[in-house]
Design a protein. Structure first.
Lengths: 251, 219
């Protein structure tokens, strides 16, 4: 634990504990296909934050309003091993928020061609993305999105035969096209700060996240806390688009 | 890689009998992550991670969490809050019905105190009346593993003095794993905190002082 007073004093003088500049990310390491039993998986290391995402492909019933499309479900787990503040039990509001934000960027960027996951009437492929936080040192949203997108890009579709899936035979890769990424931006004393560590997240009041696709389209926005002015948002969008290009290189 | 003082064992590993082991099927199993060094006479185990259990006479750093009617509740990184009575702060008489205690010490302020009474680890009393014990103004607290505080302080406070001289920071380390740091310059603060974290990480190696001097000069 590092006292809020120390973090605030450092941030006021434009410094960070790990000697990064305000607009610099920590070292990103992505490893794909780490879980043999999952159809797709990836782990993302962002400084001391470690997130693992796994993708499972199952047979599912389509939703009544989209009978010709596959389904997508995203779930996030905050196990107590990841951080002293995480408690066992049903997911807390932050776990639900994280899962919904990752769901939103995958769905709204249209990165998965869900209409190609149709099998026959009343049967489609269901894509289940599970995010596990292994170690929490802040910026879970960016890390979880990177892990989920990397996992989806390594996902294979199992063969369908006689009302069941054959697990060790694949018909090809999951039809994916884009690589959307979130860029979370914090504001302190009218300067903007990226890739917050856990201690920094505790002292920052204004936090906003932009989801950006490869073709510079904004596909998701979430104001996580605090308030922003309209002309600020425009400035932040340019920053987010620039940074998303940098992060996307790791995918 | 520097030389270790002994062998590191994890919980569940079979060890020779020591203070952090329990008996299971005629074997001794380690309870804690510990460093085991062998002497001619006996084996010695040092725990590498622990919770702070207060003892009478310990010097601790505390963060005030609540202002009560006749004192303060202080977080000393232990299982229970410690109580700081008014009588252990000021010498003169205070009428508690007419004075606002939060003007003397307020919530979130940091104190350097001595543990004067411990009953069952539940009732813990601390004092800031005598000696160097006082309310600390400015700065902030970082927490480290209480098992490593002895190494951060060093023999006769040598390590603490070293960091404080090389970085121009005021540093006070409490035995409970809270360390108070104050500096006007952010750069010095970063240097000091990273040096403390470096010691926490490498405390079980031989020649730590030289490693720390080298680390501080590199930065």
């Amino acid at each position: 634990m590092i006292d809020e007073r120390i973090v605030l004093q450092l941030l006021k003088e434009g410094k960070r504990l790990d000697n990064r500049s305000f607009l610099e990310y920590r070292k990103i390491e992505i490893e794909k296909d780490i879980i043999p039993k999952a159809e797709g998986s990836a782990s993302v290391k962002l400084g001391n934050t470690l997130v693992i995402a796994g993708v499972k492909v199952e047979l599912a019933q389509p939703f009544p309003d989209t009978p010709n499309e596959g389904i997508l479900v995203v779930n996030a787990e905050f196990p107590p091993i990841a951080h002293p503040t995480f408690e066992p039990g049903p997911p807390n509001e932050y776990a639900i928020e994280l899962a919904r934000l990752v769901d939103r960027i995958i769905r709204e960027s249209k990165m998965i061609e869900l209409d190609k996951l149709f099998i026959e009437d009343g049967k489609v492929y269901g894509i289940f993305v599970d995010i596990h936080i292994i170690s929490n040192d802040g910026n879970l949203l960016d890390a979880s999105t990177l892990a989920s997108i990397a996992a989806l890009h390594s996902t294979k579709i199992p063969k369908y035969e006689n009302n069941s899936l054959i697990r060790n035979e694949f018909i090809g890769n999951l039809p994916v096209r884009y690589k959307p990424t979130y860029v979370t931006i914090g504001k302190i004393n009218d300067s903007y700060i990226l890739d917050l560590t856990y201690d920094e997240e505790q002292v920052i009041n204004d936090l906003i996240a932009f989801g950006i696709r490869d073709d510079e389209k904004i596909v998701a926005v979430q104001k996580l806390r605090g308030k922003f002015k309209f002309n600020e948002i425009e400035k932040l969008l340019d920053l987010a688009i620039d940074k998303s290009k940098e992060i996307r290189k790791y995918l | 890689m520097a030389e270790l003082y002994g062998k590191i064992v994890l919980p569940g590993e079979e060890v020779e009998k020591n203070e952090f082991s329990y008996k299971f099927n005629d074997r001794f199993i380690s309870k804690k992550v510990s460093l085991i060094s062998k002497n001619e006479e006996k084996t010695k185990a040092i725990s590498l991670s622990s919770t702070y259990y207060p003892e009478v006479g310990d010097n601790v750093i505390g963060i005030v969490r609540e202002v009560e009617a006749a004192g303060w509740l202080v977080d000393i990184n232990s299982i229970n809050y410690a109580f700081l009575p008014i009588a252990e702060v000021v010498r003169e008489f205070i009428d508690i019905y007419r004075t606002d205690l939060s003007k003397t010490i307020n919530i979130n302020e940091v104190i350097y105190a001595k543990v004067i009474n411990v009953i069952n680890y539940k009732i813990i009393q601390i004092s800031i009346k005598n000696g160097n014990f006082k309310k600390l103004n400015g700065g902030g607290v970082i927490s480290v593993n209480p098992a490593k505080v002895a190494r951060i302080i060093g023999k006769n406070m040598s390590m603490m003095k070293l960091i404080s001289e090389k970085t121009n920071c005021e540093i006070i380390a409490g035995k409970n794993g809270y360390i108070w740091i104050k500096s006007k310059k952010a750069e010095n603060m970063i240097k000091a905190i990273n040096a403390i974290k470096f010691i926490e990480k490498n405390s079980h190696f031989k020649g730590l002082t030289e490693m720390v001097i080298k680390y501080l000069e590199e930065k």
